[in-house]
Ligand binder design. Structure first.
Ligand SMILES: C[S@@+](CC[C@H](N)C(=O)[O-])C[C@H]1O[C@@H](n2cnc3c(N)ncnc32)[C@H](O)[C@@H]1O
Length: 470
């Protein structure tokens, strides 16, 4: 961190502003808004500062800066167009340990002014540590649009109710959950509409009804790129008390979880279940019964080869309220990032998602149907059984030279797309990083025309692989 963001109380404190021009006037406005006792040193004052002086809003020492003027000063701003004078102000103040800012001269600042979004008492400060002010401004514009002007009013009402809520709800988690519900729900809507009395009634009601019932949210984290998490998913993981996540959830997505939520890995990998499904189910029930907001965060979509249904059945029979936030499944995300459209008017009229993690003989799948042409097959967890899958498809009529792709770490920076033919599927699968998805069908070859994401290494096997199905 280049700077520590802090909010400084200026009310009743002496602030020295050296300079009487336009830039100084802008800083004066900000400092006076924060309640500073402002002392300006300048031979002349521009009209705006002049008006403020005449209105008694600031003190004016007419003349040049003298180091003695720093006595008793809390903070200094040098805003003259004389570089040497600005530097002198900096070194005198710095020597005395007084915080100083030379406007537009970062090397001579012991603090800098951030971009501000003012919804007082809510303040958002943004800084790029002077490295990309335009970026900071763009972020501010985006946030300005997101943050309703009623935010300040909402915070004021919350301040008024805070003590009462504290008395009624004794645990911190209950209180947090109460306020989250208020700020995300009807209370917020009423304040935004200017219906302040009704908004307070709503808080009253919510407080009466509040209890400590826990809940479960099944959230799809998407295939890896955190940008593919849904807005709702983000909102829910930001409110979680406990997050039970599996191995497939990328660390970038985990970074978005509320900082002080308990994060527990209940990861599963093929053949390596670090926490059994029964244990995961038990944890869900245990935490929810304690009144916690439990998020079960799963890679991709929770209902696609994710055992999401089983976990909801457990919650339903334990009487725990639940919701599901869908995610982008690997088949959709990874193929999109690999430049492989799942359907195409010339090549594929249907898509089938199957799991390769099938039971021993593998004959419970309808191979004749899966081997038909003009369709795309996407195989999850297919790496280990790639030889069997390729063999069965060829045996049931799919051409040996049908294009295939194996996408490893889809949508992540490490994504790799390996392409070849159905006969080569096993070899490709062995080379791909994990997790990997197998795609069978003519659309796979479109990767070579429309791949767009990242540095993709494309391995084309030149010799047909020798596959032993014995
Ligand atoms: C247990 S399934 C979970 C699927 C997940 N629920 C979904 O909707 O994507 C795990 C399999 O999904 C596939 N997978 C998940 N994330 C992937 C990614 N980023 N790239 C490629 N395949 C992925 C792999 O085939 C992996 O073995």
């Amino acid at each position: 961190m280049d700077y520590l963001p802090i909010f400084v109380e200026l009310k009743g404190r002496l602030v020295l502003l050296v300079g009487g021009g336009e830039v100084a006037a802008r800083k004066a406005t900000l400092l006076l808004r924060a309640g500073a006792l402002l002392r300006v040193i300048a031979p002349e004052l521009r009209s705006e500062l002049q008006q403020r002086y005449q209105a008694g809003e600031l003190e004016w020492y007419k003349g040049e800066f003298q180091p003695e003027y720093l006595d008793g000063i809390f903070l200094v701003i040098a805003a003259t167009d004389d570089r040497i004078l600005n530097h002198q102000v900096f070194s005198e103040a710095d020597k005395r340990g007084i915080l100083v800012n030379v406007v537009d001269d970062q090397a001579h600042c012991s603090f800098i002014f951030p971009s501000i979004i003012d919804r007082s008492p809510v303040l958002v400060a943004i800084s790029s540590a002077g490295k990309a002010p335009v970026l900071a401004r763009l972020i501010r514009e985006k946030l300005e649009a997101l943050l309703p002007s009623s935010l300040g009013m909402m915070a004021n009402i919350a301040g008024k109710w805070r003590e009462r809520v504290k008395q009624r709800l004794t645990s911190m988690r209950q209180r947090r959950s109460f306020w989250e519900q208020a700020f995300n729900g009807r209370f917020a809507m009423l304040v935004t509409n200017g219906q302040i009395q009704q908004a307070e009634k709503q808080l009253e009601q919510q407080l009466e009804q509040s209890d400590s019932q826990g809940e479960l949210a099944l959230v799809g984290a998407g295939p890896g790129d955190p940008g593919l998490l849904t807005l709702k998913g983000l909102q829910v993981i930001q409110q979680a008390d406990v997050v039970l996540y599996d191995h497939l959830v990328s660390s970038d997505v985990l970074d978005l979880v509320r900082r002080d939520a308990d994060k527990i890995c209940v990861g599963k990998r093929a053949g390596n279940h670090s926490v059994s499904q029964e244990e995961t189910n038990r944890l869900i029930v245990k935490f929810a019964r304690r009144g916690e907001k439990v998020v079960r965060l799963k890679g991709g979509d929770p209902f696609i080869f994710g055992r999401g249904g089983e976990e909801l059945q457990v919650a339903a029979s334990a009487g725990i309220p639940f919701q599901v936030v869908p995610g982008i499944t690997a088949a959709i995300g990874a193929t999109a990032y690999a430049g492989i459209p799942l359907t195409h008017r010339e090549h594929s009229q249907s898509i089938t998602f199957i799991t390769g993690h099938c039971r021993e003989k593998g004959n419970e799948l309808d191979w004749p149907a899966l081997a038909r042409g003009y369709q795309t097959l996407v195989i999850y967890m297919g790496t280990v059984k790639a030889a069997l899958i390729s063999h069965q498809l060829i045996l049931h009529g799919r051409a040996e030279d049908t294009p295939v792709a194996v996408i490893g770490c889809g949508t992540r920076l490490e994504q790799q797309v390996l392409t070849g033919t159905l006969l080569e599927l096993e070899q490709l699968a062995q080379q791909a990083p994990s997790p990997a998805l197998l795609v069978v069908g003519e659309v796979a070859q479109l990767h070579h025309q429309i791949a767009w994401f990242g540095q993709q290494s494309i391995a084309k096997i030149s010799r047909p692989a020798v596959v032993d199905f014995a």
